[in-house]
Design a protein around this ligand. Structure first.
Ligand code: SAH
Length: 393
């Protein structure tokens, strides 16, 4: 790790947000010439008089500093030990390390006061994804902290940042500690899941829908379900576990459908399941089946603010197709994971879709990301997943 030699001074009138503990410092707030600083370096941030404000990871980017601490302390092994132990203890409180349920997000970036770091946990295997060079350069400290916090229950640590830090040629994925065979089996609410972080998307599984999948289980008994954008079939599996008569899983990726089928077979749910490789929008345009429940969980339609308008049109169209065609009394679980579309805008979009479809809709439940994806109160940008359960009359 680079030595903490860099000191960055902010402009006089640009200290408000850091004083309010917001963990991002934008390049426009910085008075000091930063040309000589290295990506990933730990820097100290001061006001224009040299008073300490924060310490964090520097990067030549719009978000120039991701703040690790607002107190004058070193960023060393002890720092990471404390932060990671706190996060593990929080997940213990949430009962996320049981035999039945041992998949969780261990570190959720800013939400766990470690901006730029994501760690997902699968029954003893930790998969690290770094979103900043500073975190990538701290990976040995992070690994040691994980061993320290998890003890004997930790079987392996896998580092996977080549997708998230594509600019860095030296970023290599691989095991940092132990090794387990992939696909690896872990459990969510009593369902067996085959997870492959090496070949799969992100860290191998969409951990953030755990509680929403469980909720679907309550509605699924004796129902015919369509799960669109299914990836590895999480929603399909809870529906089947709870007695759905038939579940169709749809994804445009053949690989995703193969993962879903593996998971369906692993839980011996084969009899009530069918899969469809198709574009969800095309399929939804003209449904040839009567479904009681439809799940719509698309990938982020907008990653940036300038794409928001187009994203809204996409959500509206997709939801209008589902609302128009679902059985009377049917239930739709609809989601958006676009951070730039907030819950109010999303709710309004669904209402607009109902108006377009010309049917009465009741909002039954308002959904969000689970507790192991905490939102730092000083960083509202951390809220990204939102959803609704609606009934169409
Ligand atoms: N609901 C899933 C996670 C969805 S991730 C779960 O609970 O695990 C989004 C998925 O949408 C990915 O698997 C991706 O392959 C799929 N996808 C992206 N664009 C699509 C499209 N146009 N039609 C259908 N599937 C699509």
């Amino acid at each position: 790790m680079s030595e903490n030699k860099g000191v960055i001074q902010l402009f006089k009138h640009k200290t408000e947000s850091v004083k309010r503990n917001h963990p991002w410092i934008f390049s426009g707030a910085i008075h000091t010439n930063t040309e000589d600083l290295n990506d990933g370096q730990v820097v100290t941030v001061t006001d224009n008089k040299g008073n300490f404000l924060a310490r964090g990871h520097f990067q030549h980017a719009t978000i120039a500093v991701r703040v690790l601490t607002f107190s004058d302390q070193p960023i060393d092994q002890e720092f990471f030990n404390k932060k990671i132990l706190n996060a593990v203890e929080l997940r213990r409180k949430m009962d996320l390390f049981s035999l039945d349920n041992n998949i969780c997000r261990l570190i959720h970036g800013e939400g766990d006061s470690l901006p730029g770091l994501i760690i997902d946990y699968y029954n003893g295997a930790a998969v690290i994804q770094c979103h900043s060079y500073g975190m990538y350069d701290s990976i040995t400290l992070i690994s040691e902290a994980l061993k320290n916090a998890l003890g004997n229950s930790l079987k392996a640590i896998y580092s996977k940042s080549s997708d998230t830090l594509p600019g860095r040629t030296e970023t290599e994925d691989g095991y940092l500690y132990g090794e387990v065979e992939t696909p690896f089996i872990a459990q969510e609410h009593g369902i067996n899941l085959s997870i492959d972080w090496i070949k799969g998307q992100k860290t191998g599984f969409f951990v953030d829908q755990r509680e929403n999948r469980k909720l679907l289980g309550k509605y699924a008994h004796a129902k015919k379900v369509l799960n669109t954008f299914c990836y590895s079939g999480g929603f399909s599996l809870t529906a089947l576990q709870n007695g759905a008569t038939l579940v169709h899983s749809l994804d445009s990726s053949k690989k995703a459908i193969e993962l879903t089928e593996t998971n369906v077979a692993l839980n011996q749910f084969d009899g009530q399941h069918g899969s469809i490789v198709a574009d969800a929008m095309d399929y939804m345009k003209e449904l040839n089946e009567d479904y009681d429940i439809i799940v719509l969980d698309p990938p982020a339609f907008a990653k940036h603010r300038d794409k928001r308008h187009k994203a809204i049109q996409g959500y509206k169209r997709l939801n209008a197709h589902a609302i128009r065609q679902i059985k009377p009394g049917g239930i739709i679980f609809t989601f958006s994971c676009s951070q730039v579309v907030d819950k109010y805008l999303f709710n309004n979009t669904i209402i607009a879709a109902a108006i377009e479809a010309g049917r009465n809709v009741k909002i039954l439940e308002q959904l969000h990301q689970p507790a192991d994806h905490p939102i730092n109160a000083f960083h509202p940008e951390g809220e990204y997943l939102k959803g609704l359960v609606i009934q169409v009359d």
